[in-house]
Design a protein around this ligand. Structure first.
Ligand SMILES: [Zn+2]
Length: 273
């Protein structure tokens, strides 16, 4: 597997500073989180694109993109929200094409209201991601569908439900295991990984205490990293282990701590592309 990190780590910074910060740790696989300033799809300037391409060449970087997510929901019962989600997801696909990125991460969504049935939310998600998936296929970009939604608004009742969501997408669509979301969904992240192999293409690695989506450094929460990394090693998994932690006070320490956990459990994982 390859180890990377998300620019979520530097959420308050501009995207170029964020990429530079991660590349400075020797990581070459980087998730560009499209909620950072200057990176909202459809608004990215040619100068910004040029800076990102220059950084990619200089450090030998491989980018994947994470669609905007804060006000979007592919599983919404509101057709207007789903339509806007499709617009911004497709703009992210176009941005990926411009940056030569192969993978774009999308959420599976959540119930927009407690009264919505889980089966209906799942059907809305399928409908939205089917359309986005066709656009991805036409651009030669691969969609990675992430497990999202937890607590009373979650609609994934078991890990297998995510397989149902992607059944509506093109055959090359990958699955993305977000470890923190899995914990909040009441799932065992290692069991999710086992269930989703061989379509599991990427992991968003971060920790929490089982109550909130804190994106803590690995080892600061309840996740059993030894078990998950042992499975990935045993399966000779070749996907991307993307560290997606956030610590406004000390991002460098959060990344270093997380890398130490991976290296402590792993067997000489590659940090490069
Ligand atoms: Zn996400």
């Amino acid at each position: 597997m390859r180890i990377g990190a998300s620019t979520l780590l530097y959420l308050e910074e501009d995207i170029v500073t964020a990429v530079n910060g991660i590349a400075g740790h020797g990581l070459q696989t980087i998730e560009l989180f499209c909620e950072l300033p200057q990176l909202y799809p459809g608004t990215v300037s040619t100068e910004e694109l040029s800076r990102l391409r220059t950084l990619s060449t200089r450090f030998g970087l491989s980018y994947s993109l994470h669609t905007p997510c804060y006000d979007l929901n592919p599983a919404s019962s509101n057709p207007g929200v789903r339509a806007q989600t499709i617009v911004q997801y497709e703009q992210t696909l176009e941005l990926a094409e411009l940056l030569g990125s192969r993978d774009v991460v999308v959420h599976c969504g959540h119930k927009s209201d407690l009264k919505i049935r889980s089966a209906d939310a799942l059907a809305y998600s399928q409908e939205t991601l089917h359309q986005v998936g066709e656009k991805a296929r036409s651009l030669g970009v691969r969609l990675l569908v992430e497990n999202t939604g937890y607590g009373t608004l979650g609609f994934l009742t078991r890990p297998e439900d995510l397989l149902e969501v992607v059944a509506a997408c093109p055959a090359d669509t990958g699955l993305l295991l977000d470890t923190g979301h899995a914990v909040l969904q009441g799932f065992n992240p290692t069991l999710c990984a086992r269930t989703w192999l061989p379509r599991l293409a990427q992991i968003h690695a971060h920790d929490n205490l089982g109550h909130r989506d804190d994106h803590l450094a690995l080892g600061r929460g309840v996740t059993d990293w030894t078990a998950l990394l042992a499975l990935l090693s045993q399966e000779q998994w070749s996907g991307v282990f993307m560290i997606e932690v956030y610590d406004a006070d000390d991002p460098v320490m959060a990344l270093q701590e997380s890398l130490a956990v991976v290296n402590g459990c792993g067997r000489g994982w590659a940090v490069g592309r």
